[in-house]
Design a protein around this ligand. Structure first.
Ligand SMILES: Cc1ncc(COP(=O)(O)O)c(C=O)c1O
Length: 447
């Protein structure tokens, strides 16, 4: 075995992994990346169609982003962000203001997605407290939701796989609403033309608990970790209305969906709504630096603004808040999105990718649904197409396909038995062809 692999296995505890699996599938040690391709130490190349956990927005080692970071590095690497500031952070706020849904105007920086969610939850509770709503201390969220791995974020998540064992540590008072399940819609509707009949579950929860609820957090339109479950904008519209009626803060977790992933700049744009708080990370820096921002409305900010002695300040910080390298990367990303017609081209490639996947997989016996939003395309594999019965999880069908695809040079990393594409926005049509063909071969060889 290669020395680096041996040492990796000796020292590293990899994220979200059963390390015993590494006995038969050792880590792939990547030496360099360019565009959609990663190259390992043996020179083998892999197509990164999952954007390295959905963060790589514009390909690896993009010259403009790399240069922006390098230039910043020679001027200022990092400073305390309390009472100090720097031009890249200020400019970034200005740029984001131009593209964010209306009304989101104040920017609180952290260093990863989960931290941004924690920040949003704490802000919501404190906002309600400081505006006289001291009874509003609970949170609502959707079943099957995912908001990160820290305790607050896990508490408002709905995926047992990540949270079950930690239940004794998690927050009380979480009201979980049955999320839309469009593939297995209990109302027999289709997401393209329904009126979000399933929203009655949310209405019931609001009727029962809105008086005690400070905020609801959702992944707008796309429940990524749940298997790229997609639901219609009308659900979000209804949610915005009911939040307004009952003074419940709407937190949109756009960590996975932001910056063009769903075909619009933000998933909220499909529904033409502005949340009260939005969490951003991943694509924010193009996946080059760990950074997140919790963006809020003026109204929320104002509830914290007073004489120091009133004790209303948001006493929340992270050492790396507002890191200048992250801000410079994010500024470079904004420039590319602005100047290179990325979203418009991505929309065209998205249609092409979906057509190609349909051609190959539509009549495939075990393909239950090929759902898509923006460039994100997910193929849900089922044992029985008619009844939509899933495979026995013990078979680990998705994992078998993942291993096969890796062998062929494609990174698919499925969510259970859902295999998906979430490639950089600037993937080309010929790369799409290559990836779809490798995907077909991998699925064929396992099923
Ligand atoms: C919707 C959503 N929220 C939050 C997170 C957590 O972000 P991080 O992994 O940076 O903590 C993720 C990560 O995948 C996510 O998809």
């Amino acid at each position: 075995m290669n020395e680096l692999i041996e040492k990796d296995l000796k020292y590293v505890w990899h994220p979200c992994s059963q390390m015993k699996d590494y006995e038969t599938l050792p880590p792939v040690i990547i030496k360099r990346g360019k565009g959609i391709y990663l190259y390992d130490i043996f020179g083998k190349k892999y197509m990164d169609v999952i954007s390295s956990w959905w963060c790589n927005l514009l390909g690896h080692c993009n010259e403009n982003i790399s240069n922006a970071i390098k230039e910043q590095l020679d001027n200022l690497e990092h400073i305390i962000f309390a009472n100090f500031s720097h031009e890249p952070a200020i400019k970034l706020c200005e740029e984001l203001l131009k593209i964010l849904p209306k009304g989101l105007v104040k920017f609180n920086f952290s260093d990863n997605g989960s931290a941004s969610v924690e920040c949003a939850l704490k802000m919501s509770l404190q906002y309600q407290y400081q505006t006289g709503n001291t009874k509003k201390i609970k949170f609502m969220c959707l079943s099957e939701g995912y908001h990160g791995e820290t305790i607050g974020a896990l508490s408002v998540g709905g995926l047992d796989l990540y949270s079950k064992i930690y239940k004794p540590m998690l927050m009380n008072g979480i009201i979980r609403i049955d999320a839309p399940d469009c593939y297995r819609c209990p109302y027999g509707k289709s997401r393209d033309c329904c009126n979000a009949e399933c929203f009655c579950k949310a209405e019931q929860a609001f009727e029962d608990f809105a008086d005690e609820t400070c905020a609801i957090i959702v992944e707008p339109l796309l429940q990524g970790s749940a298997g790229m479950r997609i639901y219609p904008p009308v659900y979000l519209k209804k949610l915005r209305e009911i939040c307004d009626q009952s003074n419940v803060i709407l937190i949109a977790d756009e960590i996975a969906t932001g910056f063009g992933r769903t075909g619009q700049m933000f998933a909220c744009d499909h529904a033409k709504i502005s949340p009260d708080i939005m969490c951003l990370s991943k694509g924010l820096t193009g996946g080059y630096m760990p950074m997140s921002i919790t963006v809020t409305s003026q109204k929320i900010f104002d509830a914290f603004y007073d004489d120091y002695s009133k004790g209303k300040a948001f006493m929340h910080s992270h050492t790396y808040s507002g890191n200048p390298l992250g801000c410079s990367a994010a500024l470079a990303v904004q420039k590319i999105l602005r100047e290179q017609n990325i979203l418009e081209n991505a929309r065209k490639t998205a249609m092409y990718l979906h057509e190609r996947l349909n051609e190959v997989f539509e009549n495939y016996p075990n393909v239950g649904e090929i759902r898509h939003i923006g460039l994100i395309n997910a193929i849900e594999l089922v044992k029985d197409k008619k009844t939509k019965k899933p495979f026995d999880p013990k078979l680990r069908i998705g994992y078998q396909i993942y291993k096969k695809a890796l062998n062929l040079g494609l990174i698919l990393r499925p969510l259970g038995d859902v295999i998906y594409f979430n490639p950089p926005l600037n993937i080309t049509k010929s790369e799409v062809n290559e990836a779809v063909e490798l995907c077909r071969k991998s699925v064929d060889s396992v099923l």
